[in-house]
Structures are given as C-alpha cells and as structure tokens.
Design a protein around this ligand. Structure first.
Ligand code: B1M
Length: 214
C-alpha cells in the first residue's frame, strides 16, 4: 500500500476529516485510482474502527468522527467512481420508520455501511411505508434498512414489510432492521432477512446479505 493510503487509513481512525479530504485529492493527483483510495485507504481505516467499536474500545462520538472523516474523502472520490462506473458493494435504502424521529443510530449505520463500500439512499426519519416502497422502485436497492428506537414504532417495521409485499417488491430486496428495542426474535417474527445490534454489525450483516444473494 502506498504511503499516502496508509496515512489516509490512520487519518480515518483518528477522525481527521480535513486531512482525509486533502489526502484523497493528493492521492488522486498522485496517480492512485478512486478504487485504491476507497479499498486501500478509507475502508481499512473504517474496518479498524469497526473492530474497535465492537470490542468496546471506541465509542459512538469517536466512530462518528471517523465516519465523517471517511465521508469527506468519499466526496472527492465519489464523482470519479460514478463517472468510471465503479461498482459499489451494494445499494441500501435506509430510514427510521414512521412516527420515530430518532436518527443518530440510523445515521451511524449509514456511515458504517458507506464505509464498507455501500451506496446509501438515506430517506431520513419518520419514513412512511409508502416512502420505502417508492424508494425501492426508484433506487432498486439490494437492501432496505429500517431503524426504530421506540417500542411503539417497531410495529411500523412490520407495516413497512407488509407494504413491500403488497407492492410486489418484497422479493427484490433483503430487509434488515435494528435499533435499541429491536431483537433477533422480533426480526424473525416479522419475517425480515437480517437484524444487527449495532452499526458495525449492521455493515457486516449487509455484506453477508449481499454475499448470500449473489
Ligand atoms: Co428519545 N427515547 N424520545 N429522543 N431517546 C429513547 C429512545 C428512550 C429509550 C429514552 C428513555 O425513556 N429512557 C425512550 C424510548 C422508550 C421506549 O420506547 N422503550 C425515548 C422516548 C420515550 C422519546 C420520546 C417519546 C420522549 C417524549 O417526547 N416524551 C420522544 C419521541 C419522539 C419521536 O421519535 N416521535 C423522544 C425524542 C427524542 C429526541 C428528539 C429528544 C432525541 C432524538 C434526536 C435524534 O435522534 N435526532 C432523543 C434521544 C437522543 C434519545 C436517547 C437519549 C438516545 C438515542 C440515541 O441516539 N442513542 C434514547 C435513550 C438511550 O438510548 N439512552 C431515547 C445513540 C445511538 C447511536 O444508539 O439509536 O440505539 P441507537 O443506535 C444503535 C443501535 O440501536 C443500532 O446501531 C446504532 C449504532 O450502534 N441500530 C441499528 C440503530 N438502527 C439500526 C438499524 C439497523 C441495524 C442497527 O439496520 C438497518
């Protein structure tokens, strides 16, 4: 790995967002491809962060700083990747379900998945079932990700799955859920494809769902 890509990984781990943006520019100008920047610079950094978060050695604010550092560099390489038709790991439509305004965890999940190479279409919070259906039709994602933080809004996850079935698009996507009150048992009961307890596990689960479907 070239020196600048190694330094980029460290800058992601340290959450140095201005540095990562400049490093991405320098790397591209120095002849690195956008793919090298993503897969050899940014993603190894986020993989490390993910491992530290899982192990309880890094916490939410630090992870968010790292994710922002990575996203800043992504702004530099994304247009190049789109222009060159570089395939991302997969596409995720993500939202906090209807009636629920909590979006910090959902944003972290989006950042971690983006760090794992996914293209994210974030619908925001308080997302109605019909909005998820429309987004599936518009963006053709591989995965629909739903977050809920209230026991009362967990029911909207089931309602959204039902809406996907009724719209005839349920079979086109994998559905993944999470949020503090959500459990694997609940995920099994409402018939979704995946559950993850935290943002790092969500990125891993998204990778597994994609691998299993290809
Ligand atoms: Co609210 N709130 N809140 N709140 N809030 C909780 C959730 C609560 C547990 C607090 C409490 O009473 N102890 C409680 C819920 C009780 C329950 O239902 N069992 C509660 C309540 C009651 C409410 C209101 C009803 C309060 C009121 O108005 N009376 C109200 C509801 C508004 C609404 O949504 N309609 C309300 C409002 C708010 C604020 C707006 C003030 C604010 C949200 C700001 C925002 O998100 N923009 C807020 C906050 C901040 C919290 C707490 C303090 C923190 C939540 C959070 O951000 N955690 C929370 C108490 C707590 O958890 N200590 C609380 C950090 C975040 C990183 O973790 O979201 O769990 P989390 O996400 C994790 C995992 O769950 C997982 O990965 C994330 C990262 O590791 N994950 C996924 C999340 N989504 C996933 C999706 C996946 C996979 C994994 O796949 C797609």
């Amino acid at each position: 790995m070239s020196e600048i890509l190694k330094r980029m990984s460290s800058a992601v781990i340290q959450g140095q967002r201005d540095d990562t943006r400049q490093m991405a520019r320098d790397a591209i100008e120095g002849g690195c491809s956008a793919e090298e920047v993503l897969y050899q610079g940014l993603m190894p950094g986020m993989d490390h962060v993910s491992g530290e978060f899982k192990a309880g050695r890094m916490f939410v604010p630090e992870v968010m700083r790292s994710a922002r550092a990575m996203l800043n560099a992504m702004e530099v390489i994304k247009p190049i990747m789109v222009k060159n038709g570089i395939r991302m790991a997969g596409k995720v439509v993500l939202g906090t379900v209807q009636g629920d305004l909590h979006d910090i965890g959902k944003n972290l999940v989006g950042m971690m998945c983006e760090g794992a190479g996914f293209e994210i279409h974030d619908l925001g919070a308080d997302v109605a079932p019909g909005q998820f259906v429309e987004a599936v039709k518009a963006f053709q994602p591989d995965i629909v990700g739903m977050s809920a933080l209230l026991t009362t809004t967990m029911r909207a996850m089931e309602g959204t799955v039902q809406a996907l079935v009724e719209a005839g698009v349920r079979d086109r996507v994998k559905v993944m859920i999470g949020g503090a009150p959500v459990t694997q048992a609940f995920a099994d009961r409402i018939g979704v494809d995946g559950y993850a307890p935290d943002a790092a596990a969500a990125a891993d689960k998204a990778k597994h769902l994609i691998a299993a479907s290809r």
